[in-house]
Design a protein around this ligand. Structure first.
Ligand SMILES: [Zn+2]
Length: 216
């Protein structure tokens, strides 16, 4: 009986994949994975940047997997605004590889948080999806306690003011090296503000790993 049920399930699955073949969320072509191999090969790798302490930046490094352009930028937009969550497995795998390359083994992974009002509208935090293949990630260590305007379109000064006091860090981060994770880093204002809150709560170091980012 169980064997018959399992055969029926696999028959239905085969039938569905024949009627609705899986497609790459980026180019729309029928493919096994999303993104397909061609779209993935078009993403340009970025070099991790280690930041000197003399710059007074609260960040120790900024390590993006890909440049924020072309297919990588399209992945970010598709995940966030078109809910193409089929891309998140690939994005999380890339973030996990980069974290292992640049971070200490005992680091605590902290996804950049969304304010609860935005989380309620979107239904998911893309930074958390990008952390899904890392063990030891803690999405309660850092909270966005104030709703902020989107950073895009704001001047430098407006971006700084927009994020002032927007984050709260749990004291549980004291004594730990932290790796923030996100889908994209552009100006870095959000990452620096998160890092400032974490350092004030006693984190020994903070770096950020993102799926993609502006080349700096
Ligand atoms: Zn494709």
């Amino acid at each position: 009986m169980r064997r018959a049920a399992s055969l029926w399930t696999s028959f239905c699955r085969e039938g569905l994949s024949w009627i609705y073949p899986s497609k790459c969320a980026l180019c729309g072509l029928i493919a096994e994975g999303s993104p397909c191999d061609v779209c993935a090969s078009q993403m340009e790798l970025a070099t991790p940047q280690f930041i000197s302490e003399s710059t007074e930046s609260p960040l120790a490094f900024r390590a993006c997997v890909f440049a924020y352009q072309g297919r990588a930028a399209q992945s970010v937009r598709k995940l966030k605004y078109s809910r193409s969550t089929s891309l998140s497995h690939f994005m999380a795998a890339q973030v996990a590889i980069r974290v292992r390359q640049v971070a200490e083994e005992n680091c605590l992974i902290v996804p950049v948080p969304l304010h609860r009002s935005r989380l309620a509208v979107r239904g998911f935090n893309q930074a958390e999806l990008c952390s899904a293949q890392l063990s030891g990630f803690d999405s309660s260590a850092l909270r966005r306690i104030r709703a902020t305007r989107p950073q895009a379109g704001l001047t430098l000064r407006e971006r700084e003011r927009n994020l002032e006091g927007a984050f709260w860090s749990s004291p549980s981060v004291a004594g730990r090296p932290i790796v923030l994770t996100d889908d994209v880093v552009t100006s870095g204002h959000t990452a620096r503000e998160c890092a400032r809150a974490l350092r004030e709560a006693g984190a020994v170091s903070v770096g950020i790993v993102a799926f993609c980012g502006n080349l700096v």
